[in-house]
Design a protein around this ligand. Structure first.
Ligand SMILES: [Zn+2]
Length: 477
């Protein structure tokens, strides 16, 4: 029932998305769906994450997507009650589409996650009770493997906890039915495998100049705006490489916002919803000069720097002004392998980023490299022009400066950089927390250079990627 509801909602969402004309970005919020939807074909944490965190190592064959055949065709698994009726063990049958050898689920977890309409609100898809209402000594009174799922009857009802009152119907004898797709699909196997299925694993393909030259995506703007296949092509490239380019974007002032809203709503900052990158007198940001601007990320002085950046070239007739991109994850990998101690220093030492100008004062401390195994995520914080004075004891300075210099040694290697001079009508879309960007100096007296930019939060990207991928896996396009 859970799957049906989500599928139906998605179908509706997807039709809206594909039927929407190019100039009307879809504003339907899909955040509430995203958490329930598996990134089905993202099969495990590869490359960089397996090397950073042992807890997220996943065998891609066991985390593989499950086919979409209905549960009635699935041979019934063997279900056993263990540990005094407080644990359920499920063994998929021979020929099952589920490849986990065995799934062990705790009674507390099962009762807490009963998907019935008394436990999950049918339209909001949100829980109607608190986890703390599940009695700690709850047991399975009876269980049954049915074609439609695992049926469990409970020994105890939910408890009152403060304002959370146990609903009438959830008292002893409450019957739960867990679709096989839930207990063997989304949550089958080990908890690590659950994560691989229910989250979008950031499984980046690390690149250098040579690889990016062979893989760079020039995506037609109309294809991106008007077809789900085109959108998915761009999103997948962002997920894999952190960068793609749109071509044939109309040279209209606000077109960058239209392109961004194909992915998600804009992230407004004190620079405005969109902003101009051109040389201006008395600039308040180095970006708004004609100076060389080295490889960096934007807005690291904010608590939540935006995950995506778009830059649309409206005019470019100046000598110079070439854009440079660099995969910081590649630099992290090289540093970790070749200078593990420096890698450790950059993982734990806070760097300071600030913007103190034009009646603003933003300030944030963060380590250069942040590994987040819970979210299978790696984040890099590197922005030389926006650093403030370090707030470290004097005796830590040598280690930090030394490690940062080693890291910069990789970042500045030309064979790890991709260069391109933007032509009018092109728009770069890149992961601001992964792909460093730079611009060479240009001569503003010999022509014009004007880019228009905006930001989108990474959550919007993940949301759109998961739902678009799910729609594709559901055969909707
Ligand atoms: Zn229930």
């Amino acid at each position: 029932m859970l799957r049906l509801t989500i599928g139906t909602a998605l179908r509706a969402v997807s039709r809206t998305a594909t039927a929407t004309p190019s100039r009307l970005p879809v504003l339907t919020s899909r955040a509430h769906l995203a958490t329930s939807i598996r990134a089905a074909s993202i099969t495990g944490v590869r490359s960089i994450h397996t090397s950073y965190t042992t807890t997220t190592t996943i065998n891609s064959s066991t985390a593989a997507a499950t086919p979409s055949s209905s549960s009635s065709e699935e041979p019934l698994p063997t279900v056993q009650r263990t540990k005094n009726n407080t644990t359920i063990e499920i063994q998929p049958a021979q020929g099952s589409k589920y490849h986990h050898p065995k799934t062990t689920l705790n009674a507390l977890w099962l009762r807490d996650n009963c998907p019935c309409p008394e436990c999950i609100h049918p339209s909001t898809r949100q829980k109607l009770h608190a986890s703390t209402q599940v009695p700690l000594d709850i047991e399975v009174t009876s269980h049954q493997a049915l074609p439609e799922g695992l049926e469990i009857v409970w020994s105890k009802g939910l408890e009152d906890v403060g304002d959370w009152e146990a609903p009438e119907k959830s008292q002893p004898g409450h019957r739960s039915l867990f679709p096989w797709e839930m207990v063997l699909g989304s949550y089958g196997g080990t908890p690590t495998e659950h994560r691989a299925e229910s989250r979008m694993n950031h499984a980046p393909i690390l690149w250098d100049e040579e690889l990016m030259k062979s893989k760079v995506l020039w995506l037609d703007y109309n294809e991106y705006m008007n077809t789900p296949e085109g959108l998915l092509k761009g999103l997948k490239h962002l997920q894999d490489y952190g960068l793609f380019f749109l071509e044939g974007v109309p040279r209209e002032d606000q077109e960058v916002a239209v392109a961004a809203e194909r992915i998600g709503h804009l992230r407004h900052t004190f620079y405005g919803p969109t902003w101009d990158v051109k040389s201006v007198p008395d600039a308040k940001n180095v970006a708004y000069t004609n100076l060389n601007l080295g490889l960096h990320m934007d807005l690291l002085y904010m608590e939540a720097p935006p995950g995506l950046q778009l830059l649309h070239s409206l005019e470019n007739s100046v000598p110079g002004g070439t854009s440079i991109f660099m995969d910081s994850f590649k630099a992290v990998e090289l540093l970790r392998k070749e200078h593990p101690l420096d890698y450790e220093v950059l993982c734990k030492t806070p760097n300071t980023f600030h913007y103190k100008n034009a009646n603003h004062h933003l300030h944030y401390n963060r380590p250069t490299i942040v590994v987040d195994p819970l979210n299978d995520a790696l984040t890099v914080n590197y922005a030389p022009p926006f650093q403030g004075p370090l707030e470290l004891p004097a005796d830590q300075m040598v280690a930090f400066y030394g490690a940062l210099k080693k890291f910069a040694g990789y970042i500045e290697r030309p064979d790890l950089q991709f260069r391109h001079t933007m032509r009018p009508g092109q728009c770069m879309v890149f992961a601001n927390r992964r792909v460093l960007h730079a611009r060479t100096a240009f001569d503003p007296t010999k022509g014009k250079r004007h880019l228009k930019g905006c930001y989108v939060d990474l959550d919007m990207f993940k949301d759109k990627y998961r739902t678009t991928l799910q729609a594709k896996n559901d055969g909707l396009f």
